[in-house]
Design a protein around this ligand. Sequence first.
Ligand SMILES: Cc1ncc(COP(=O)(O)O)c(C=O)c1O
Length: 385
Amino acid sequence: MVYLDNNATTPLDPAVVDKMVWFLREHFGNPSSLYPIGRQVKEMINEAREHVAKSLGANKSEIYFTGSGTEADNQAILGVLEAIPDKREFVTSAIEHPAVQETAIYLERKGYKVTYVPVDRAGLIDLDFLRDAVTPQTALISIMYANNEIGTIQPIDEVVGIARDKGVLVHTDAVQAFGKIDFRIDRLGVDLLSVSSHKIYGPKGVGALFVRKGTPLLPFLHGGHQERGLRPGTENSIGIVGFGEAARVLPEKFEADRTRIQHLAERLGRGIEKKVPKVRLNGHPERRIKSTLNYSFLGLEAEAILLSLATKEIYVSTGSACSSESEEVSHVLLAIGLRPEIARSTVRMSLGRFNTDQDIDIVLKELPDIVEKLRKISAFDPEDN
Ligand SMILES: Cc1ncc(COP(=O)(O)O)c(C=O)c1O
């Protein structure tokens, strides 16, 4: 199998598997229990918090575990707006993941004014538009750090600069940036930041929200005292411990992973552009997570390419994983100006820690033939584009 869908989810790191199996066998206690088998689990959750905090450049008292990256995004946005009830405006970008975008639409239904900052053809937000969009009524700006479909990296430091000038809080969805970009929250300057375990070789169903000390925030779940009252409900201790282990090994592997994955992605990209006619790379040529390759194969349906590759056990994605079951054209690709038929011809390949040179050899052998065969039976003429 050649797995090239690491932006959708990553395989577990072997160190994470070992830790989780050990934990499952040895520890069933409720972390809220006051006797030793509970206290031990609580300690392990706090160790995991320390690993996540350290890998993000944050203080552990500022990290709250959640049930997913989606939940962290929802908690950040809804929690701030509820804590600042007199400000009824929210600013975000046109290319957010549904976890933020759908939350914004929900807010519109609730009567909030939401402004969507447009992006250019490379997927970069319009900073002048952002500056003008922020008013004294704005409670929060939420701009994603790196895009899940095209990989474009936003200038979050400049977003923070604009927000500081105007006295507005900033949240960033860093789910795709974590583990791929070398950033530290203490330098980035955002007030809230979301991450997800399953994008960094940890288990699914666990995320974390960084909340800078002093940020006004109310919980959107109500219940017990877990996660200092921000995220009530008995903790997903096995998931959190696995997430902690994934975050613990991340800094040790970061540099070597990045260099190797970038080399593989460059090889793959060069090979595709050389061997496959009529392809177009989407996203910023430089300010991009290099492990994400988003190509339009002009004249073809991405789904046909995906299914043909799958018969060779090569797994890629059309658009983003979260929207792959919907018929809709990717809002990200439309926002960067692609025509719908070109957006529908777009395949995302995302590399990760466990890809090898052999994987790239296999894709570069199979993909050109598949595209050629599909083009022969396609009625659509790519010259039209
Ligand atoms: C940018 C971005 N934000 C949020 C999420 C949601 O994270 P989770 O799957 O943990 O809910 C994803 C997942 O694809 C993502 O890519």
